[in-house]
Design a protein around this ligand. Structure first.
Ligand code: AMP
Ligand code: GLY
Length: 424
């Protein structure tokens, strides 16, 4: 079958890498793709937001399945448009994608259906938000309602900080219209885990556990980013917690979406905070995590296409996904300065050499080709991902590979995977 992947980051490279191994796939396209993806798929120069051009391309090429990587086209209704044209597409429709594109919607859904989450209030009026901040004690968390590339959540340790952030978001509009409404919620302590599952609107088929590292600096310090690294499995997620999450979060959420007339089909990702046996949802995402997709897909033994094809064509999702026993660790190498301003266009060497190392794969996030060289072209540049018998083995292998690529314009955390060590 002919398959199109929409997106051009590390997650989409991991998807294309995995999909290209499927015996069911005869040709694979990716729009817009990137330099790394071009080794697994034919890249097509169409932006993820140019939905009409994507529809035209899918029709002209007789694409049998389109798979959407990022949240932005989902929130713009790419699935609705493809379905209007009778084109098969994997992902939630616009109404269902609101579980990610509006934090106010998802928090209110959780409240209504008793899905465990932090205590919160939503505000579209600045003065009301200010009054609430003055009433409750810090630390608290302020979240822009709409999409903000993983940067719209700010943890405030003092009242002054919270008031200044509210001013930035609601008056100065640092996140544009995404900040017309804010969610303010209690600060939760604990350890985070990413719980990602396939769903056909009713049945939930979970992936293995994984853990992201959202903060820029070692020890989870510094500002939040899109994600600086991830590993799988995450031993904080015991089999008991897995069952609690399925029964208290995943299945009830899918049911709730159906009851709300927003049947949810695709990947549902719950970002969770775990403190002993207490679990709370921090957020829902309507797609694979980036960088969680990189270690997860490296560990996935099953062909990913049959499940995606079944769900996109309205079938019943059944069975279990098979996994390799090895652990996997992905270290993100970013341009120095990210998530603020950073340089582009500097060359990156030895990627092919590292790719030839056993059990290593370098997923590209933000790269371009310039005069035969691979150069940095984004904030997050590479996701160096390794398999190992244990998480420490995979950490060692990933950091050895990172050491080969390292140069003075790249930055990476040195502690990806370290949080798992206390459970081993
Ligand atoms: P979100 O996009 O809502 O997942 O938030 C991004 C990150 O901010 C999360 O992965 C957490 O690290 C942090 N965060 C969000 N909400 C809270 C909260 N209520 N308490 C503590 N940390 C939070
Ligand atoms: N890794 C976090 C995200 O994809 O939102």
């Amino acid at each position: 079958m002919k398959v199109l992947v929409v997106g051009g980051g590390g997650r989409e490279h991991a998807l294309c890498w995995k999909i290209s191994k499927s015996p069911l796939v005869t040709s694979l396209f990716c729009a817009p793709g990137n330099v790394g993806i071009s080794k697994n798929a034919t890249c097509v120069d169409i932006k993820v937001t140019d939905i009409e051009s994507l529809v035209r391309f899918a029709k002209a090429e007789e694409i049998e399945l389109t798979i959407v990587g990022p949240e932005v086209p989902l929130s713009l209704g790419i699935v609705d448009r493809f379905q209007e044209e009778n084109l098969n597409i994997f992902g939630p429709n616009q109404a269902a994608a609101e579980i990610e594109s509006s934090k106010a919607f998802s928090k209110n859904l959780m409240k209504k259906y008793d899905i465990p989450t932090a205590f919160f209030s939503t505000f579209d009026n600045y003065n009301d938000a200010v009054n609430w901040v003055k009433e409750v004690k810090p630390p608290l968390v302020i979240k822009a309602d709409g999409l903000a590339a993983g940067k719209g959540v700010i943890i405030c340790h003092t009242e002054d900080e919270a008031l200044s952030i509210l001013d930035d978001i609601m008056n100065s509009k640092i996140f544009g219209d995404s900040g017309n409404c804010v969610v303010i919620e209690e600060f939760l302590e604990g350890e985070e885990v990413s719980f990602i599952a396939f769903t056909d609107g009713e049945n939930v088929i979970p992936l293995e556990s994984s853990q992201d590292h959202k903060a820029l600096l070692d020890g989870d310090e510094g500002p939040n980013t899109g994600g600086m690294g991830a590993y799988s499995p995450a031993p904080v997620l015991t089999p008991e917690l897995h069952d609690i999450i399925m029964n208290k979060v995943m299945i009830p959420t899918v049911k709730a979406m159906k009851e709300e007339g927003r049947e949810y089909k695709g990947i549902l990702y719950a970002g969770l905070m775990i403190k002993e046996s207490d679990i709370k949802v921090l957020e829902f995402n309507c797609r694979f995590g980036d960088p969680e997709a990189q270690p997860l897909l490296m560990r996935m033994r099953s062909d990913i296409i049959p499940l995606m094809r079944t769900i996109s064509s309205g079938g019943v999702a059944e069975g279990e996904i098979q996994w390799y026993d090895e652990a996997s660790v992905c270290v993100v190498m970013a341009s120095k300065g990210y998530p603020g301003d950073y340089k582009k266009g500097f060359p990156i060497h030895r990627i092919d050499e590292v790719n030839s190392m056993d059990g290593i794969f370098v997923f590209h996030s933000g790269t371009a080709r310039d005069d035969g060289n691979i150069v940095a072209n984004g904030g997050r540049v590479l996701g160096v991902t390794a398999l190992g018998h244990t998480i420490p083995d995979a950490m060692n292998a990933a950091y050895k590979a990172v050491g080969h690529i390292d140069n003075e314009l790249l930055y990476y955390r040195t502690d990806i995977g370290k949080k798992s060590l206390k459970y081993i």
